[in-house]
Design a protein around this ligand. Structure first.
Ligand SMILES: [Zn+2]
Length: 426
């Protein structure tokens, strides 16, 4: 089996990793080396520390969670904690040869395997044979299998035999973004830890720390957008930051971030939403063409529009500022205003149109046209909340009395007036 060299880059295309050497270097430099440096995931840290301190380390661990939340990093730190020359200790020294080699993914006894590319039964058979050989210099022979859910069924079956009766000197650490794909027989033999998406505020702090260490400046709002855009993946946030660092030389601004992401700032986006709320397709299309001119990408913009609709909908049902995920806190009063202008039912219908449009984006290269068409549809939506208002009027008791009356036709648009008149008459 091939050793898996760098777990942080497997989701990146190799060409990009090669083209941007510095990124790989920085991402590695800021990979947490101890449990204390691990961002978020306190419950995992505590449980593993406890296992080491009480000398109750299991033989198979499963670290499950979304991408970029620290699964492989946790496995590596745990491997160091178990094998460090001064250990086993929850704080590995990070100085001894063993620690250094594990950090580099180059230790002879800590074998990292990419489950996605080494997933055949033959690979697992080789692993089983190697398992029986004692570690060369470490306490334990540790197999870190990344993306373990990618193993074939036959490979899992072969692995199961070893998991049932593992040699004393062997530990397994499985990492996966998709634990549901693991056979229950394997799951039941692992101690499972679920790593959660990293909090935006923790990502923010980490990015600030990296910027300070790199001796670079950035506006807090710019870091804030990055932290939010990473959707809980610390690795994604670091890779975005790295791109920004090479992209602009001075202070990093909100505009730099939007330019990198192909997005627009939420203030402009709210202007845009206001034009939709006013059913002003003409202004909306003009703004779209401005967005295209400054390099906003149609897919990214669609995601932003969808996100802002989500915030507007939340505001329309009375949610507070803390529940806004796509607009800035300071913009909340404006979000409320625009939400009221739209109305809940129109917002629900608008979200449907946006989602339908985004499903179709995959199948075309003419994304701009798709977005523009959707925007005209959105700006032409009936005022559904007003319709609901009229339906309520029509179903009111007074209206029922009116229906029983001699008048046969209620002229459109004057129902309220008629209801009032009718009330006076009865
Ligand atoms: Zn050490």
């Amino acid at each position: 089996m091939m050793d898996h060299d760098d777990s942080s880059s497997h989701s990146e295309s190799p060409s990009r990793a090669v083209a941007n050497d510095r990124y790989v270097v920085v991402a590695r430099r800021y990979r947490p080396q101890t449990f204390d440096e691990l961002v978020g995931q306190q419950h995992v840290r505590k449980a593993l520390a406890n296992a080491i301190e009480t000398n109750r380390v299991g033989h198979a661990y499963l670290f499950a969670g979304p991408r970029g939340t620290g699964k492989t990093t946790t496995a590596r730190i745990f491997a160091k904690a178990l094998n460090c020359a001064t250990g086993p200790a929850i704080s590995p020294c990070n100085q001894c040869d063993i620690c250094v080699d594990i950090s580099e993914g180059a230790d002879v006894d800590v074998i990292e395997i990419d489950g996605a590319s080494n997933n055949s039964v033959e690979e697992v058979r080789t692993l089983r044979e190697n398992c029986t050989i004692r570690p060369a210099r470490c306490r334990f022979k540790i197999y870190i299998i990344d993306e373990v859910h990618m193993l074939s069924k036959a490979a899992f079956n072969a692995l199961l035999k070893t998991l049932e009766e593992p040699p004393q000197h062997v530990k397994f650490m499985f990492c996966t973004t998709d634990p549901d794909k693991l056979p229950i027989t394997v799951l039941s033999r692992c101690q499972r830890f679920d790593l959660s998406p990293v909090d935006e505020s923790k990502i923010f702090d980490r990015l600030k720390f990296i910027l300070a260490s790199e001796n670079r400046q950035a506006d807090d709002d710019a870091i804030s957008i990055l932290a939010r855009r990473a959707y809980g993946s610390l690795r994604d946030s670091q890779s975005l930051l790295e791109q920004l660092l090479s992209f602009s030389s001075g202070n990093i601004t909100v505009d730099d971030v939007h330019q990198l992401l192909g997005t627009t700032d939420s203030g402009k986006l709210l202007d845009f939403m206001e034009s939709l709320a006013s059913r002003d397709a003409n202004s909306a299309l003009k703004m779209l063409s401005e967005f295209w001119k400054i390099g906003v990408e149609p897919e990214r913009l669609s995601e932003q529009i969808l996100g802002i609709y989500r915030d507007l909908l939340s505001a329309s049902v009375g949610c507070s500022a803390e529940l806004m995920h796509y607009s800035q806190p300071a913009e909340f009063p404006r979000v409320q205003q625009v939400a009221e202008k739209f109305g809940k039912h129109t917002l629900l219908a608008s979200l449907e149109i946006m989602q339908e449009m985004m499903r179709r984006v995959q199948a075309t290269t003419k994304v701009r046209i798709l977005v523009e068409t959707a925007i005209v549809r959105l700006a032409s939506l009936e005022e559904l909340d007003r319709i609901e208002h009229w339906l309520n009027v029509l179903q009111s008791p007074a209206m029922k009395d009116f229906a029983k009356s001699d008048l046969l036709i209620a002229p459109a648009g004057v129902a309220t007036q008629l209801v009032t008149t009718q009330k006076k008459m009865t």
